[in-house]
Ligand binder design. Structure first.
Ligand code: F6P
Length: 319
């Protein structure tokens, strides 16, 4: 293998730049030429492909977002789109591809592998929802962003003796809400992985109020319902007025934490090694603190496992 390419796809995540840097530098270190595909699979279809040298990835390890830009591309889900992408890769002499993104992005990578161009997946999403890996790039940074917000909200919640609802991202997964809730000392966490019990939430709020606790923080994962919808329910059933903070896309931005930079560097480098070994259709991940690789099919056929013991712990610690 002499020439590989890298792209970022789906929602951006802090640390994607560190992963791009790792792919480029690891590739060049081993004598490969590395191309950057801009705008995800859309750029692959359109041939928006340019050479990346050592300097082109300088000064990006600390930056959020992705210097290759990202997009969600429906056309690449079709056979026609994939064939167009392959044509562009052949035109540029690209023999292997590293795809940094979520499980949706892995489907495109798997399709390319099946059509004879080995592609490797690197998990990049704040949602931490990719089956087969304990962590995804961007999760830790987003988590710290949420915790910072919770800490600030708690100041005003305490001063005004109010109940706050904080809606966090995560798509269909509750990891971000769960970890942030535990680390931020939230009184209640509502996640998709646990059947949502309004009665339980109301009972906890009421018993807290009776004990004289007039402020509390409820974290709700967007995969369950919106913060505003939950606020309405709580007002109706507990007669407690709440304030809602929807954290939104600030969770996707910011300088990556040390942990995300390290993870991204390890994942990016391992992805290049896999391509150099002549393999494709694999995803890299972290299991029990070890970098691993596994079949990409597992990543989009399996289901992500949220650590529900943390959920129980948060309940025990927030009585
Ligand atoms: O997958 C990352 C993510 O931020 C999810 O948490 C969220 O549901 C979604 O992307 C938002 O997508 P968009 O940026 O397209 O609004």
């Amino acid at each position: 293998m002499k020439k590989i390419a890298v792209l970022t796809s789906g929602g951006d995540a802090p640390g994607m730049n560190a992963a791009i840097r790792a792919v480029v530098r690891k590739g060049i270190y081993h004598g490969l030429e590395v191309m950057g595909v801009y705008n995800g699979y859309q750029g692959l279809i359109e041939g928006n492909i340019h050479k990346l040298d050592l300097g082109s990835v300088g000064d990006i390890i600390q930056r959020g977002g992705t210097r290759l830009y990202s997009a969600r591309c429906l056309e690449f889900m079709t056979e026609e789109g994939q064939l167009k992408g392959i044509e562009q890769m052949k035109k540029h002499g690209i023999e292997g591809l590293v795809v940094i993104g979520g499980d949706g992005s892995y489907r495109g990578a798997m399709a390319l592998t099946k059509r004879g161009i080995p592609a490797v997946g690197v998990p990049g999403t704040i949602d931490n929802d990719i089956p087969g890996t304990d962590y995804t790039i961007g999760f830790d940074t987003a988590l710290n962003t949420v915790i910072e917000a919770i800490d600030k909200i708690r100041d005003t919640a305490t001063s005004h003796e109010r109940t706050f609802i904080v809606e966090v991202m995560g798509r269909d997964a509750g990891d971000l809400a769960l970890w942030a809730g535990l680390a931020g000392g939230a009184e209640t966490i509502v996640i998709p992985e646990d059947p949502y019990q309004l009665d339980d939430i109301v009972a906890r709020l009421k018993s807290g109020h009776e004990r004289g606790k007039k402020h509390s923080i409820i974290i709700v994962a967007e995969g369950v319902m919106s913060g505003n919808a939950l606020a309405k329910l709580i007002e109706q059933h507990a007669n407690i007025e709440t304030r809602v903070s929807v954290l939104g896309h600030i969770q996707r931005g910011g300088s990556p934490t040390a942990r995300d930079r390290v993870l991204a560097s390890q994942f990016g480098a391992r992805a290049v090694e896999i391509l150099m070994e002549g393999q494709g259709g694999l995803a890299v991940g972290m299991r029990n603190h070890q970098v691993v690789d596994y079949s990409m099919t597992e990543a989009f056929q399996g289901s992500h496992k949220t650590d529900l013991s943390m959920y129980q712990l948060s309940k025990e610690l927030s009585i």
